[in-house]
Design a protein. Sequence first.
Length: 191
Amino acid sequence: MKRQGLVSSASETNNGSQVLWEYVLTNTALIEQIGCYHYVYGLWRKHYGYWEINLSDNSAREFVPTWQLFNEKGIWLSQSQSRDLTSHHLESSIASKWLYEADIAFAAFFSQIPRQIRSLVACMGRHQGIALDLLHHEPALASILDEEIHQGLTDNFLSCLDLYQVEFTCRAERQQMARKMAENNSTEFPL
């Protein structure tokens, strides 16, 4: 794996042990290494997605972010904002030691997502991650979703995301769902 960028920081936990946060940006992914956990964020034009790898038991799982990633203009939030750390929590958190490095790494990651796509999902709050996932699987959904946003018809789409807990379905199901929505020229959920 070719390293294009590396940002790292070490923080001391309550028991005095060191936890290393390291961010590696390759030509295919951003890798966030926190102790025995690696979080792999696939770049938009490569294999977009999010995975958690636990090195202690060699397990891996895909996940979809369920928190807000961007502000209302499609600009990525700082890690203290997206992780919802108040100044009180921030001061007592070991995360305060690596937030600057995280902001640099995620700015590089999110800048890979086209501005028009980030702007499109900006109004979706905690559903931004699943909307990005569906749009990546089926780019034709962008114009359909854009039209529905302009007509004020996104409530049904967001309600269905909640009702069917789409962010917890497997990748193949999300791909199929996105394809069917594009085929139907609608964001109505194909059941």
